[in-house]
Design a protein around this ligand. Structure first.
Ligand code: GLY
Length: 377
């Protein structure tokens, strides 16, 4: 058993647990937090029979009343009608202020269920239980909740910190290979932005267990306990970076923007692929392009770009820019949420473990960087 991490912000303090088998400790942890009301378990189809049903049974055996709701899979579920259905389900079922929402699944469930918890009865408790690598390392920690608007993703939402984050790394064993693989880009990102030791450990693990065509999920092998323990530990270390950053800057007024490394180009590429590229896959492309921007700006050397690319490849991620029109990419970067006074605030690495925010990247340099990482050349 590992020590819990703790997020401490101006509005909340809560444990973040990252370990194999963590879900089994939920009843005891709810008791310890004083969460004894009814539980509104929101999950997606991928985890319903695997984890939600046994979890509900275990909570009932511990004396809790549990209601379960399955949301349809995919980002399209983050819409006002689906949110309204969750509200109706809870109100019709007699939800009370002392109750808690349990969000079990990936980022879609976490965002939607978190926002339902933030808005029902002006806010009730939520426990985030991420079951994907991407949501463990990023979305489940830090209290961002919300839904999409027809004019853009995540435009309607609220900061609503969870009372507990319970990341059971055993659940990664059931992830499809591509879903596991995309999560590693956020793990690697955390090394680049803040933890050079994490980056070096990831390099060592890649040497021992590197990605291969024959094991396309890369690295995870539930039958090898030494390996899963090593990977759980490294995931915990990556989550610790997020815990640190949101504790410093809950409302993204400073430090938290660094989590967006790779995301300015990444979001543009993701959108141009019409979401054919998974988020983490697009972020890997974005990290490579943005490291190249930093190198052309004279902020870092070639070695950083090469080391980062080698690590992304070792975890099964592609870094080549897909064949999109450069003007279209540039236009989309201007719609990035980090644009302020019409200037993009780029998060750029100066060394492994350190980044700087810059708003003075010339258009011509950006084009040069994109041409260099363009797979057509
Ligand atoms: N996903 C970035 C953040 O939580 O701030």
């Amino acid at each position: 058993m590992t020590d819990d991490l703790t997020v401490t912000t101006t509005t909340a303090s809560y444990p973040v647990v990252v370990e194999a088998g963590a879900l089994a400790s939920l009843p005891v942890r709810l008791e310890a937090l004083g969460l004894r009301g009814n539980l509104w378990l929101i999950c997606d189809g991928a985890v319903e029979s695997l984890y939600a049903a046994p979890l509900a049974e275990c909570l009932r055996a511990a004396g809790f009343t549990v209601h379960t709701y399955r949301v349809p899979p995919g980002d399209a579920s983050k819409n006002p009608a689906q949110l309204g259905e969750l509200h109706t389900w809870m109100i019709a079922g007699g939800v009370e202020r002392r109750d808690a929402v349990l969000a079990l699944g990936g980022g879609v469930v976490g965002d939607l269920a978190g926002f339902a918890a933030a808005t029902i009865l002006r806010g009730i408790a939520v426990v985030q239980m991420p079951t994907t690598l991407l949501s463990m390392v990023d979305a489940a920690v830090g209290g961002k909740t919300g839904i999409n608007h027809p004019l853009g993703k995540n435009l309607i939402g609220a900061f609503h910190q969870p009372r507990l984050v319970l990341a059971d790394t055993d659940t990664l064993a059931s992830l499809p290979p591509h879903a596991l693989r995309e999560g590693w880009s956020e793990v690697i990102k955390h090394g680049v932005i803040r933890d050079a030791g994490l980056f070096a450990e990831l390099e060592q693990l890649a040497d021992s267990y590197g990605w291969s065509e024959s094991a396309p999920g890369g690295l995870w092998d539930a039958t090898d306990s030494a390996r899963t323990t090593a990977l759980s530990n490294i995931i915990r270390r990556a989550v610790a970076v997020k815990v640190e950053v949101v504790s410093l800057d809950e409302f993204e007024r400073g430090e938290r923007i660094t989590l967006n490394y790779g995301h300015t180009i990444g979001h543009a590429v993701e959108q141009l692929s019409h979401y054919g590229l998974l988020h983490g896959e697009a972020v890997a492309v974005g990290m490579h392009a943005e490291a190249r921007i930093a190198q052309l700006m004279g902020m870092c050397d070639d070695n950083l770009v090469d080391r980062q690319a080698a690590l992304l490849h070792a975890y099964g991620l592609n870094t080549a820019l897909p064949t999109y029109d450069l003007d279209a990419i540039l236009a989309l970067t201007m719609r990035d949420k980090k644009v302020q006074a019409k200037k993009i605030r780029w998060v750029l690495p100066t060394a492994i473990g350190t980044v700087q925010v810059r708003d003075d990247v010339p258009d011509e340099l950006l084009r040069r960087a994109l041409r260099i990482v363009d797979c057509r050349l």
